[in-house]
Design a protein around this ligand. Sequence first.
Ligand SMILES: *Cc1c(COP(=O)(O)O)cnc(C)c1O
Length: 349
Amino acid sequence: MEINHSALRHNYLQSRQQAGRPALAVIKADAYGHGALGCAAALADIADGFALLNIEDAVALRQAGIQQPITLLEGPFDRAEVQAMAEYNIAGAIHSSEQIAWLQEGSLPRAVEVWLKINSGMNRLGFHPEQAAAVIQQLHALPQARLSTIMTHFATADDARGVSAQWQRFAPVAQASGLAISAANSAAVFRHPHTHGTVVRPGITLYGCSPFADCHAAGLGLQTTMTLSADIIAIQHLQAGDTVGYGLNFQAGKPMRIGIVACGYADGYPRIAANGTPVMVAGQRSGTVGRVSMDMLVVNLTHIPAATIGSRVELWGPNVAIEEVAAAAGTIGYELMCAIAPRVPRRLI
Ligand SMILES: *Cc1c(COP(=O)(O)O)cnc(C)c1O
C-alpha cells in the first residue's frame, strides 16, 4: 500500500478552503488506515488541530511533538483519562453525566477543555437539546472544565435528506450558548455551508474519498492518498466451462487468460466484492473474476497480453477509484481504508 502525504496535504487544504474557517483534521482509526502519527506529522505545519478517539493515540501525538489542539471525539472513557487529558492538554467531547462526574471528582493539574456534545437526532452520543442550558451552566461552574465548544454530528449530511432536521434542533441551542460551534463532517463541509459554524471536522475527504454516492473524490478536487496494489504471481488459461476459485462462482463462457494476484481478504480486500470489480493492470482496466480468497484474488487478463507474472495490479488508487470498489462490495470507502491489514507493507510516496 502506498500513502501519499502531499495528496493528504492538498486534501486538507482543499477541505479547509471549502469551509473557509479552521478545520480539525480527523485522524481517528489510525487516520482511516493511513497511519495517524505519520499523517499528523505531514499536516503539522498546516492543520488547525486534530480530532481522534483514543487518549493513547492523543498522548502519542503530544509525545511526537504535535502542538496543535487535539480533541477526543467521544471524550474520556473513564476517570483516569480525564487526568491524562489535563496532563497532556487534550480536549474532549462531554456527552454524558458520568463524564461530568469524573471531571468533578478530579484534582487536576489544569482545567480540561471540553466540548459539549448535543444529540440532535443521531441517537448515539450527546445530551438532548433541552438539557443543553442546564449542562452548560454546570460545566461553566466547574473549575476542572473549560467549556469552549458545542458540537453535534450529522447522520445524513451525505445524502438527499441532508441536515435540516438535525440543524433545526441544534442551531438555536448552539447560538444561544455563545460557545464556538462545530457540526460539519466532510459531507457538510462540501454541501451544507450554513452548518460550518466556528470549526469544521473533515475526515474522509482528507483521504481522497468522497462521502457522496453521486460523486467521486476527483469531482471534489481531491487527490488519491492511498493506493492498494499487488503483483500477479501466476497465470492460468481457461477453456469455456472452466470455473475459478472457491464456490465455483465464476464460469468462463469462452477461453480466457486470468492472473492470480497476491492480495486477499486477509489483506483487507473485501471478500464480498462482486465479479467484475474494477482493477487496473498494465495501463488497462479490467475486473476481478470469481470469489476473493484469503491471500489471493483473480483478475481477467484476456484483453491485456502485456500483463504477466510480476505485473503490478492496482486494486484502488489513482486509476481505480476506491468509491467504485466500495460500490462493488456494497460498502463505503471508509470501511475499505480502515480494513487494510497490518501485514500489508506501507510505503510513503
Ligand atoms: C468521524 C467523525 C467525523 C469525520 O467524518 P467524515 O465523514 O469522515 O468527514 C467528524 N465528526 C465526528 C464526531 C466523527 O466521529
